[in-house]
Design a protein around this ligand. Structure first.
Ligand code: NDP
Length: 480
């Protein structure tokens, strides 16, 4: 059985207690590897290594830090196919998706922040003839990066790349559900010559590894992506310790279709924004609001296209819907489909498991599910499901749909479909969301601020925002 190891002080090691956790392939339901069942002892070892490494990494010329990160990026590119296959096996996502999105984005993250740091300048302020101020931006120290299972290597690198580029050393914890590509990444770091202790990866359960990272007195900042409830727990621990905190949390994103939209584009992109990665992207539009005049036409075209999505073995090229990440998560999503029916929802397509014959007969497959007839304020329309389930809802006016869209506790992203630019801009301003896409979805420019409002998070990642988070400022004031 393949073993995944922690990466501590430049070495691949088991957990100190020698315990292991089973890792399952979602497409087959079979155990296929073992993960270290680490705890606070391993986090401490990682901390000692990271603290020592900080002394040299933080003062290393920025060009040298950048060069090592670029080497890591190019190794990711050269191992693209292997990494994509590993991500697909570990997560259940179609290998084509991992090949087109997850792995290229992981190397882009490394390249983007490795080169971005070369252009990161600080400010100076002149106070008349009295004094001049300049601002130093210093790395914080040892920082913690905790990431989820839905876009494993993509989100893992999105956090650690700016932290490392800015001169910090890192203790990172990937989700225990999808640890494989983070492990392969540690092998890449060794191959690229990343100095020992600069990045440490500790595998294991959230409460046994994530919590000790959050609680550790010497870890100065926590960058977390995951569920809102976990974010709340982390904030409760970290806030009284005055740690810097970046929280990227859950969403319940509205996808708003006005009757003056480009209809064909709105339908096909909505299929993607509903069901890409089995609906397990924090930015998926899970509540579709359609203006009354085109409701029936949109519903009919949308459902027709959803029915054509190929559900199957993630290894197959033609597969569009792979497996749900775990049995537990599949059960959670199914419980929401049951809830939707209890709340009066009508299932237009999907609604249950799909059995895939052959090697995937015991895999965790769910049909993409479309539901209508639910009030905007019911639980199905308010709580994050994070699976292949969307609701269709009709609206009459802009004011009405704004009220529906903003009615949840979340505010991550929104999508608006209209050919009227004035209306689009008005909506963008009025929506409670960190990101608004107009006539597109998931078009990403890594320089832009990324994050949510309300219970979708605190802080912004992306571009120089990430460097601002991973540095501490000192203002120096010099008298003339
Ligand atoms: P979780 O919150 O369950 O877990 C996220 C990470 O936190 C995992 O590594 C987890 O470990 C760890 N963790 C769990 N408990 C603790 C704890 N007490 N202290 C510290 N760390 C802990 O999220 P999921 O992995 O289930 O991911 C899905 C969620 O992530 C969804 O809500 C989704 O919306 C959100 N998300 C948000 C994004 C954004 O950018 N806003 C992007 C992607 C996802 P373990 O897995 O071992 O429990």
């Amino acid at each position: 059985m393949k073993k995944i190891f922690n990466y501590i002080d430049g070495k691949l090691v088991s957990a100190k207690n020698g315990d292991w956790i089973d890792n399952f392939e979602p497409a087959t339901g079979e155990k296929y590897s073992l993960i270290p069942d680490s705890n606070a002892e391993d986090v401490e070892a990682a901390f000692i290594a990271a603290e020592k490494a900080f002394k040299s990494w933080s003062v290393r010329p920025v060009q040298e830090r950048s060069d090592i990160m670029l080497k890591i990026a190019s190794l990711i590119e050269s191992k693209q196919q292997d990494l994509a296959e590993a991500e697909s096996i570990d997560n259940g996502k179609p290998v084509d998706l991992a090949n087109a999105v997850d792995i290229p984005r992981a190397s882009s993250n490394m390249k983007f922040f490795a080169t971005g740091i070369l252009h990161y300048a600080s400010e100076s302020h002149q106070l008349n003839e009295v004094a001049i101020n300049y601002t130093l931006r210093k790395p914080i120290g040892v920082v913690g990066c905790i990431s989820p299972w839905n876009l494993p290597l993509y989100l893992f690198t999105w956090k650690i790349a700016p932290a490392l580029a800015a001169g910090n050393t890192v203790i990172a914890k990937p989700s225990e559900i999808t640890p494989m590509t983070a492990f392969l990444f540690s092998e890449i770091c060794i191959e690229a010559g990343l100095p020992n202790g600069v990045l440490n990866i500790v595998h294991g359960y959230g409460p046994k590894v994530g919590a000790p990272i959050t609680e550790h007195k010497g870890i100065k900042a926590i960058s977390f992506t995951g569920g809102t409830k976990t974010g709340e727990q982390i904030a409760k621990v970290a806030a009284p310790m005055f740690k810097k905190l970046s929280l990227e949390l859950g969403g319940k994103n509205p996808n708003i279709i006005f009757d003056d939209c480009n209809f064909n584009k709105a339908v096909s992109v909505s299929v993607l924004s509903s069901f890409a990665n089995q609906g397990q992207i924090c930015l998926c539009g899970s509540r579709i609001f359609i203006q009354e005049k085109i409701y029936e036409k949109f519903k009919s075209e949308f459902v027709k296209k959803v029915k054509k999505l190929t559900i199957g073995d993630p290894k197959n090229k033609e597969t569009k819907i792979g497996a749900i990440v775990s049995k537990d998560h599949m059960e959670k999503v199914k419980s929401y489909i049951d809830l939707a029916q209890q709340e009066g929802g009508i299932i237009l397509t999907g609604g249950g498991n799909r059995t895939i014959e052959g090697r995937c007969k015991d895999g965790y497959f769910l049909e993409p599910t479309v539901i209508e007839g639910l009030p905007y304020d019911c639980r199905t329309n308010q709580e994050e499901i994070f699976g292949p389930v969307v609701t269709l809802n009709s609206f009459k006016t802009e004011e009405e749909v704004l009220m529906y869209a903003n009615s949840t506790k979340y505010g991550l992203s929104s999508t608006v479909w209209t050919e009227n630019i004035t209306k689009a801009n008005r909506m963008a301003k009025a929506l409670d969301a960190g990101i608004v896409w107009i006539n597109c979805w998931l078009v990403r420019d890594l320089r832009t601020p990324f994050g949510g409002v309300k219970h979708s998070g605190v802080g912004r990642e992306g571009g120089f925002n990430a460097f601002n988070f991973f540095t501490e400022q000192t203002n120096v004031c010099i008298s003339y």
